[in-house]
Design a binder for this molecule. Structure first.
Ligand code: PMP
Ligand code: GLU
Length: 400
């Protein structure tokens, strides 16, 4: 059967985050009491005023036809204003903004528009699973620079410099980071910006989708640094900070030729994003920010809870994440050990063991470029987190 499919799809890995979420959902539907900590998805409902704005948009009856490909003008203007005022990206204008069907779609547009066969893209690793597959789909070659537990999983500007070749076209990172929860400081980003500026035409893609879930209180946008606007594609969206994963609204802010290219490809692939969802996103951006702040405060409380519980489990090593809603502990101390007949050799085995034994779903770090780690999403209630960590502890006590 695979022979009728293209090499393009046969060579692509399935999204590990979505695959694990699907497995957990299937087990749950069989009546197994799974606690899902695999999917990076807020457990909060979309704030009420955003829901209301969508209902009003339906009642107005004005948003049922094809929206402009790059997004409604008032939404693009509101995004540009936010980027100027909150992110100090002073050159941002509506014409630089392209609204898409989620930030994943934005990233796919970007790589399809930037990459020629054989172009290299440097990825700060550990990294979000879809970057490498989208780059490969576009004909590019992912080049990983790796952070580790000791440096909070943050690869450095020096590593970036060493990884750049004649073929390097772009660099991508997320901050706050999925999967590590680490946040680049302004100084770290300034050093990265200097390296990017040292190579002609090198572009940096700054994935800032977790911007609003940042416990350091300091979010830095690399596009705001001197000389960086023309070299930066800022990616952001509404899924995380506004608990709007299912509405599917993301965007880029890019130099004009890149924004126009993304509009062109989107015009052939999908057209403009869903009209009603764009109206809801506009309400999110321009309305009361308190619900987002409250969600961030709840994540911080959960982070502290999970940190304390993880520290009580012998063999688990973790840093303290500063944003997003993930822990990315090193579990390599369990490799080579067994529970009954089941031998744990890898992080994949570790996740499988916990799924079967503790009924807790995590995602293997291998999918994020870090095979000694696993990712735990703490976008779940405190009760669920306490129960999950209790089960994990009990299951791991059986591993000898
Ligand atoms: N970037 C990162 C780092 C993510 O974790 C996600 C997860 N959804 C996305 C982009 C895509 O977000 P969405 O398509 O829901 O806007
Ligand atoms: N970004 C989230 C995650 O990493 C959602 C799933 C996905 O799109 O990968 O789990």
């Amino acid at each position: 059967m695979n022979s009728i499919l293209s090499d393009r799809i046969n060579n692509m890995e399935e999204s590990a985050t979505l695959a694990m979420a699907k497995t957990a959902r299937e087990l749950k539907s069989q009546g197994i009491d799974i606690i899902g900590l695999s999917l990076g998805e807020p457990d909060f409902k979309t704030p009420k005023h955003i829901q209301e704005a969508a209902k009003e948009a339906i009642d107005e009856g004005k948003y049922f036809s094809y929206p402009p490909v790059a997004g409604y003008q008032d939404l693009r203007e509101a995004i540009a204003k936010k980027l100027r005022e909150q992110n100090q990206i002073t050159q941002a204008k509506a014409e630089n903004i392209v609204v898409s069907t989620g930030a994943k779609h934005s990233i796919a547009n970007v790589f399809m528009c930037l990459i020629n066969e054989g172009d290299e893209v440097v990825i700060f690793s550990p990294y979000w699973v879809s970057y490498s597959e989208i780059i490969k789909l576009a004909g590019g070659v992912p080049v990983l620079i790796e952070g580790n537990l000791e440096n909070n999983f943050k690869a450095t500007a020096a590593q970036l410099k060493a990884a750049i070749t004649d073929k390097t076209k772009a660099v991508i990172y997320s901050s706050p980071c999925n999967p590590s929860g680490s946040v680049f400081s302004k100084q770290e980003l300034e050093a990265i910006a200097e390296v990017v500026k040292s190579k002609e035409d090198l572009i940096v893609i700054a994935d800032e989708i977790y911007e609003l879930i940042n416990f350091t209180g300091q979010h830095a946008s690399i596009a705001s640094f001197p000389g960086m606007f023309e070299r930066t594609i800022t990616v952001n969206g509404f899924s995380k900070g506004y608990a709007m994963t299912g509405w599917r609204v993301g965007y880029i802010c890019a130099p004009l030729p890149i924004a126009k290219a993304c509009e062109k490809i989107q015009g052939q692939f999908t057209s403009g994003g869903t009209g009603i969802a764009q109206r809801a996103a506009l309400a999110g951006l321009t309305g009361d920010q308190k619900p987002s702040e409250e969600m961030a405060a709840a994540y911080l409380k959960r982070r502290d809870l999970v940190l304390q519980l993880l520290r009580e489990i012998p063999g688990i090593k973790t840093h303290v994440p500063e944003g997003a809603f993930y822990f990315f502990p090193d579990v390599s101390a369990f490799f080579g050990k067994s529970a009954g007949d089941f031998k744990i050799q890898t992080a994949d085995d570790f996740c499988l063991y916990l799924l079967n034994e503790a009924h807790v779903s995590l995602v293997t770090g291998a999918a994020f470029g870090a095979p000694d780690s696993v990712r735990l999403s703490y976008a779940a209630s405190e009760d669920e987190l306490k129960e999950a960590l209790k089960r994990v502890k009990t299951a791991l006590e059986k591993v000898k």
